[in-house]
Write a protein that binds this ligand. Structure first.
Ligand SMILES: C[S@@+](CC[C@H](N)C(=O)[O-])C[C@H]1O[C@@H](n2cnc3c(N)ncnc32)[C@H](O)[C@@H]1O
Length: 289
């Protein structure tokens, strides 16, 4: 690839999605952007770069951005964070919100929906405790293609075999040919919408719990700090932000601090300390005691 074409794609992606592509990842540009070039009936990446410089067609730029995102996800990804939510974070929020009986949860960068649907199944399994609550679960992503998949609630055999207990598969999914489709009772618990984390997030309102997992890792440090500051603003004092395994807010922002004993969980620095509890070792989807 010509250096000036590489630079063009690199700055386009950084600006539009926060994704940082270093020169050792040039092969990723080649493999993921060739299908975009073909879709737009262009001969290769050189022509694609020329088209970007010339037309600045929003649909073309969007196709390029979406092609470069990594959508890897799974039900109850990592398991332990969900166990922590079930055993500690959600009970604390339930107690704190018992007056209003309202809970807003945001799965930011939700990919094909496994993360918000895992939360929905977990809450449904604990239904007696949440009866008469108004619970909103919002899933957002930058990619409209991936959101269309999320909305469909349709998964392959491979996808339902990753992290989803067989009991929940049988209870909440219907078989449709070689696919599995989530039942409306779970699908209706989650709303999806387009949202770029680099854009203004204020219109989304406040959330008691935000999951922003396995996306900051693709950004550079200033972009991570910027996004974390914006997320902190959307949390009430006792709200919780959950990041991915290798992600942290420490050292990037003074607006968030780690919650003692809860790995990957942060709360606004202006808030009081979150009560620490020891989560029992059961699957998070098991009924909450
Ligand atoms: C690796 S997936 C993580 C999915 C899920 N959160 C999880 O942990 O399993 C990363 C997702 O982030 C989305 N993404 C990348 N850049 C984004 C941005 N600037 N704004 C919103 N979503 C973004 C991608 O489209 C992709 O679906």
């Amino acid at each position: 690839m010509r250096p000036d074409d590489f630079n063009l794609f690199q700055s386009l992606l950084k600006q539009r999605s926060g994704l940082v592509i270093t020169s050792d990842k040039a092969y990723l540009l080649e493999s993921r952007l060739m299908p975009v070039a073909r879709k737009w009936q262009l001969r290769g990446l050189e022509d694609l770069a020329t088209a970007c410089r010339g037309r600045r067609d929003e649909r073309l730029l969007r196709d390029i951005t979406e092609a470069m995102t990594t959508s890897e996800t799974s039900f109850f990804r990592g398991l332990k964070p969900f166990e922590m939510l079930r055993a500690t974070v959600l009970p604390a929020l339930r107690q704190a919100r018992s007056g209003k009986r309202e809970l807003r949860i945001w799965s930011a960068a939700c990919s094909s929906g496994q993360e918000p649907y895992s939360l929905a199944m977990m809450l449904r399994e604990a239904e007696p405790q949440w009866r008469d609550w108004r619970i909103e679960i919002l899933g957002t992503d930058i990619s409209s293609d991936i959101l269309a998949r999320a909305r469909s609630g349709t998964y392959t055999q491979f996808e339902v075999q990753r992290g989803l207990p067989i009991t929940l598969l049988i209870k909440y999914f219907d078989k449709a040919g070689d696919k599995w489709v989530l039942k409306p009772e779970i699908r209706s618990m989650v709303a999806f919408r387009d949202q770029n984390l680099l854009a203004n997030l204020a219109p989304l309102g406040h959330f008691d719990l935000i999951l922003c997992r396995h996306v900051l890792v693709y950004f550079d440090q200033p972009t991570r700090a910027l996004v974390l500051d914006k997320l902190a603003k959307l949390l009430p004092d006792d709200g919780v932000l959950l990041l991915g395994d290798v992600e942290t807010a420490s050292g990037l922002t003074d607006k968030l601090r780690p919650i003692d004993g809860l790995r990957g969980a942060f709360q606004p620095t202006r808030g009081a300390a979150h009560p620490r509890q020891t989560p029992p070792a059961t699957h998070p989807a098991a009924a909450v005691r």
